[in-house]
Design a protein. Structure first.
Length: 314
């Protein structure tokens, strides 16, 4: 017969997950020949944990093939800050009583925001992580649920690396050809897995990418003579303030603020992805015809520049 001497050991299975994520911590007790006498779990203050809404404890069963027993602690809804729990085990054969082993539960946060974009330039979306202990593994999925790889004209992925503050930014760049092929509204997924404890539960976060359509709506007016009125153009489908706005008369003569005209370029409205520019015409009977608005759009949003839209004033 063969006599094999066993060595008693407890291996803690640490985890690093996104905040508020349900996860399972465990301790693998090896080198035993029978079920443990007792198993318990405690929090970082050595307070005893019991089964309830926040925790589920499983003592585990003895595995003859591996001479081991695995006990688990399920932390429901996770934690909001890095925490330490402990498993305590008692073994008759090893004369162990409440043998304590610490198990780490670290957490990180993920920011992945919706974005509205122009299709004239390549666009980027960023999956931002904070509170990491090591550089995380990041996988991107497109609106079809397909895992994204870097390919010319379609996608370019920068997985990013953790900095000294525990932050990591993974950036997906979408080329114009791919942008044109995407649906008007599509959902992208950023899947993050701990680089410190690879067996940790992955987090899956989604964002909605909305493709905008550039348009200018002229607000025409018809008023009684000698009436002061306000003409306007609503520019929609933009993601930032216009580079420049000007108005001209029907002869393409530039208008400036005078006693007859007041020009307001307007401000960018993030909620509507638009900007409204106005021209106030004092004593409107002095004009009858068309006024022209010239827009200069930021190069990084649209490629058009110096585009004209006519606004009628009768």
């Amino acid at each position: 017969m063969t006599l094999t001497k066993l060595t008693f050991a407890v291996e803690a299975k640490h985890r690093e997950v996104e905040e508020a994520t349900t996860t399972v911590l465990s301790c693998v007790i090896s080198g035993i020949t029978e079920v443990l006498l007792a198993v318990s779990w405690t929090d970082s203050n050595d307070g005893a944990l019991t089964d309830g809404d926040d925790f589920t404890i499983v003592a585990g069963t003895y595995d003859l093939a591996t001479n081991s027993q695995t006990t688990t602690l399920t932390v429901t809804n996770g934690v909001s800050a890095d925490s330490t729990f402990s498993c305590k085990v008692s073994s008759t054969e090893w004369n162990k009583s409440d043998e304590k082993t610490s198990v780490t539960l670290n957490v990180y946060d993920v920011t992945f925001e919706d974005k509205a974009v122009s299709t004239e330039k390549e666009q980027t979306i960023t999956c931002s992580m904070t509170g990491l202990s090591q550089t995380a593994t990041v996988v991107w999925n497109d609106p079809d649920g397909t895992v994204i790889t870097s390919t010319p004209d379609d996608y370019t992925i920068d997985l990013g690396t953790k900095d000294d503050a525990g932050a990591q930014n993974s950036v997906l760049t979408i080329g114009t050809i791919k942008l044109a092929a995407l649906p008007t509204t599509g959902t992208f997924t950023c899947v993050v897995t701990s680089g410190e404890y690879a067996n940790s539960e992955a987090s899956s976060n989604t964002m909605t990418l909305t493709k905008l359509t550039f348009a200018v709506e002229a607000k025409h007016r018809e008023v009684e003579e000698a009436t002061t009125t306000v003409l306007s153009c609503v520019i929609s489908g933009i993601t930032e303030v216009l580079l420049a706005v000007s108005w001209t008369d029907s002869n393409d003569g530039a208008l400036t603020d005078t006693s007859l005209y007041t020009i307001v370029a307007g401000t960018y409205d993030l909620a509507t992805n638009s900007q409204t520019t106005t021209l106030t015409v004092t004593n409107a009977h002095q004009l009858n015809g068309e006024l022209v608005q010239i827009l200069h759009l930021p190069a990084k949003s649209h490629q058009q520049s110096g585009i004209k839209w006519r606004t009628r004033l009768q």
